[in-house]
Design a protein around this ligand. Structure first.
Ligand code: ANZ
Ligand code: ZN
Length: 854
């Protein structure tokens, strides 16, 4: 028997695929009648090195793409690079290398790594988002969206580093300080560009519920992010002093108008216009605002922060109870960006309001009585009651359910002309301005006379200048000597180019459409939506939501013929690759390659000293628990790397990389090879025999193919792999029986085809060994004989007095009394009924035999 040598075999097969160009996408007209399958994995950031997480992601996509191809689909399976972003600028600052040079060099080395994995990718459609062709098309798209009113400018806050005098990206703010200067970051207002994603809020929410081939979890996360709230927007009129400009009162948004009788304060955001106005005349309020600003602007920070409050001294009238006065406060937990930036507080039924009321000694009036509670005795302590119940102590709302009371309160406020029912969304418009170099320039010019003018199509792309410096902080585009000085495209007067670039999430929001076709709407209509999208769950909200917005916006400006608007019909989010962590006695992290395992103990190779084995965690550089895909491929081959990351756990769960697991996969490669290699060198093989052993083997062949097929369709790659293991065992068992040669040869042929999605190189070698001269990567999925797949036997559990004692396999059509007799004769059953009287026996066909004895 020969050994299979992946090091020599794998490059040979990759060359063969490339030479025959078999993964090039077929034009629709060249695949008449074939269904299409667009299989896409989230494209990588070109950091320079592939990691095992990539291998798992792309191996999964390749299983799907290769399987679809074998099933006769016309497949599009492209790859490219999400290439703009901060790391390239950081490299420029640290290593004095131009971001473009750094990025394209990384792409080259990663592409070489990619090639070694044997993925069935169509590289002819490759692009990087930093290619001027790509970002030029993106600029044209931006201008179309601007014409359609889906892009606008407004003042918005940015992180400002007061020492470096520069805007910081969120990831450059570490614990509230600038990453380079260490200075506390300030909030500054800048005029910035926004995409009007809120125009699609309702549609994005409604449609996400219908995405049946998306994980439930992701759909829920998107729905929560969009955050639709039905409620009431109403005005509380001042009952004493009426501040100028706010004569009508304070408008609030509430989702609980049923609790209006429990209102004990009204609170303004620190950034509410009325707060700003009051602060002009109050140093104390100004100081209060400054204190609030230190908490930052993220919702999370505000949620966690201690409640801060400032009593304005103003009061408003309760809308339902004449003469009842409600104080107006400023509170740090009220956000300016949501609703109206003001609330009424009902401490008894809202935890934030309660914390606030307890701290500042405000009233707590319960108005919702929990089911079964005693109205006279019910009290709220430090926990707000947010559960169900009936309204009480609330005048005309008394006795109503919460929902009925909401409706009644809204009707009354509407009738009084004090407000109206309103739907609010948590979703904000998408701020896309970045004051950075390595991104897509926003293609507009600012002219004193004409305002904002789009760059004419003929002048696109607006290219990034090459001669830029990174030696000082700030935006290199802004300080470039002449780049921003241009003439106005409209009036010809000297004007200024926009120096903001687009958020890199824009680049990844439409790349799937570019893969489908560079510009042809018909070809895009053929391929889209993506049939199967695969990537990390960390993109569950932003990337996927922005993409869903972009596909709609592109449709609405005529760039995409995509009636549903949905870019990804199927989505799968894969788990991570984890590894044990190791620490030396001195406490430093050790790489897996620096340790060895002997008799269940782990030692540091260099010193021979024992190593502390830590938790199994996501592979990360900081804990040094990474393994390098290149090293794995060099040692074991790409097939082993692919096989292992798919084999041990369900694809949606984490998989732990272990050396023993990799070695196990490598042994399995040899096992498959030894089976195929045990067949005679020269064919043709005889037809499968009809003896019992051959028939049984044929059944396991055909059943395995059916099971693998279903498992791939259902994203259960690990169980497909488990089936292949069992199948190979069954095949090997009959290796020495000459009568089974025909059945084994049939199995080998089917096995080679079924291995293609998982271990494509080995599959080719087997195929060749079977005397084929074609490539198995182009072969069809094995045809199965349905009569061999259906079971003619069933296995039943046998119970005695309800306790499982044995199981029995019988012919499917065996009569119940015969089944009963056979069950009673089983040794494990007989011993339990011996000497007892059988009261009755129940046979549930196909499932259970229960024998009741006394
Ligand atoms: C009175 C009330 C009583 C409320 C009660 C809740 C419970 P969602 O579901 O997120 O829409 N709110 C409104 N605007 C706010 C803002 N700008 N900043 C912080 N909180 C704000 O939440 C709506 C509820 O959040 C509103 O209903 C309001 O408090 C508060 F027993 O009004 B509620
Ligand atoms: Zn002009």
């Amino acid at each position: 028997a020969t050994r299979y040598d992946p090091q020599s075999a794998e490059p040979r097969w990759r060359d063969a695929w490339e030479k025959a160009d078999i993964f090039r996408t077929k034009a629709p007209k060249d695949a008449p009648g074939a269904p299409k399958a667009f299989v896409l994995e989230m494209f990588p950031y070109p950091s320079g090195r592939l990691h095992m997480g990539h291998v798992r992601n792309y191996a999964m996509g390749d299983v799907v793409a290769r399987h679809k191809r074998a099933k006769g689909y016309n497949v599009l399976h492209p790859m490219g690079w999400d290439a703009f972003g901060m790391p390239a600028e950081n490299a420029a600052m640290e290593r004095k290398v131009h971001p473009g040079k750094w990025t394209y060099a990384n792409i080259e080395s990663m592409k070489a790594q990619f090639r070694k994995l044997g993925l069935s990718l169509d590289w002819s459609r490759e692009f990087a988002t930093c290619d001027p062709d790509y970002y030029g098309a993106q600029q044209a798209l931006f201008l179309k969206l601007m014409d359609k009113g889906l892009v606008y400018r407004k003042a918005s806050k940015v992180n400002w580093d007061p020492v470096d005098n520069t805007v910081l990206a969120n990831e450059q703010v570490i614990d509230g300080r600038g990453w380079r200067s260490g200075a506390p970051v300030e909030q500054r207002e800048l005029t910035q560009w926004f995409f009007k994603i809120t125009a699609y809020a309702d549609d994005l929410l409604e449609a996400v519920q219908k995405l049946e081939r998306w994980p439930e979890k992701v759909r829920t996360m998107q729905a929560n992010w969009i955050g639709r709230s039905e409620g009431l927007e109403m005005t509380f009129a001042f009952d004493g002093e009426r501040p100028a400009g706010f004569e009508d009162g304070i408008s609030v948004f509430t989702t609980r108008p049923d609790t209006l009788f429990g209102a004990s304060f009204v609170a303004l955001s620190p950034d509410h216009p009325l707060t700003l106005q009051l602060a002009e005349k109050s140093d104390a309020l100004q100081a209060f605002r400054a204190k609030c600003a230190q908490i930052g602007t993220s919702e999370e920070a505000i949620e966690k922060a201690e409640k801060l409050g400032f009593d304005t001294g103003l009061t408003v009238a309760h809308p339902f109870e004449p003469g009842r006065t409600v104080p107006v406060w400023v509170a740090n937990f009220v956000l300016m960006g949501y609703g109206t930036g003001a609330i009424f507080g009902c401490p008894a039924h809202d935890q934030r309001d309660l914390d606030f009321a307890r701290k500042f000694g405000l009233d707590v009036f319960p108005v919702v009585l929990p089911p079964g509670a005693d109205a006279a005795a019910f009290e709220v302590g430090i926990e707000a009651y947010t559960g169900p119940g009936h309204i009480y102590k609330s005048g005309f709302l008394d006795g109503l359910s919460i929902d009925d009371a909401k409706r009644a309160a809204i009707a009354k406020i509407e009738a009084a002309g004090q407000g109206e029912g309103k739907v609010n969304y948590r979703l904000r418009d998408w701020g896309v301005s970045r004051q950075r170099y390595w991104g897509c320039p926003i293609p507009v010019v600012h002219c004193e006379d004409c305002g904002v003018v789009g760059v004419p199509a003929a002048d696109l792309p607006v290219r990034l200048p090459e001669d830029v410096t990174f030696d000082v902080p700030g935006n290199p585009l802004d300080r470039h000597p002449d780049w921003k000085h241009v003439d106005c495209p409209k009036c010809g007067k000297p004007a200024r180019r926009e120096t903001d670039t687009l958020d890199t999430f824009v680049d990844s929001s439409w790349y799937y459409a570019r893969f489908a076709s560079v510009s042809d709407p018909e070809e895009r209509a053929y391929w889209l939506p993506v049939d199967q999208y695969i990537g990390g769950v960390e993109h569950a909200v932003l990337h996927l939501l922005y993409s869903r917005f972009f596909s709609r916006a592109m449709r609405d400006v005529g760039e995409l013929d995509l009636p549903s608007g949905e870019p990804f019909a199927g989505l799968f989010t894969q788990g991570m690759v984890t590894h044990e962590t190791y620490r030396s006695e001195g406490g430093t992290w050790l790489e897996p390659s620096a340790v060895e395992r002997k008799d269940g103990q782990v030692f540091e190779i260099a010193t021979g000293k024992p190593v502390k084995v830590g938790a199994i965690e996501k592979m990360s550089k900081s804990k040094k628990n990474t393994v390098d895909p290149d090293a794995i491929v060099a040692t074991y081959g790409a097939d082993v790397a692919r096989w292992f990351v798919l084999s041990d756990s369900p694809p949606e769960r984490d998989v732990e990389w272990t050396q023993s697991g990799a070695e196990g996969a490598a042994r399995f490669v040899q096992r498959v090879w030894s089976f195929v290699d045990s067949l005679p060198e020269t064919g043709p093989f005889p037809a499968p025999g009809s003896d019992d052993v051959s028939t049984a083997l044929r059944k396991s062949n055909h059943k395995a193919v059916a099971a693998i097929d279903r498992a791939i369709e259902e994203f259960r790659f690990n169980s497909a792999i488990a089936t292949i293991h069992e199948w190979v065992n069954a095949l090997k068992k009959t290796e020495s029986d000459p009568a089974t040669l025909g059945a084994r040869a049939e199995g080998a042929d089917m096995l080679a085809r079924c291995l293609v999605p998982f271990m494509p190189h080995l599959a080719e070698a087997c195929w060749e060994r079977l005397g084929q001269t074609s490539l198995v990567s182009q072969a069809m999925w094995p045809k199965i004989d349905a009569s061999l797949v259906v079971d003619d036997t069933v296995t039943l559990a046998v119970q005695v007095n309800g306790k499982r004692r044995a199981e029995i396999t019988v012919a499917k059509d065996m009569a119940p009394d015969a089944v009963e007799a056979a069950a009673k004769a089983l040794p494990d059953v007989a011993s339990f009924i011996a000497g007892k009287s059988v009261k009755k026996t129940i046979v549930v066909p196909g499932r259970i035999v229960n024998i009741v004895v006394a």
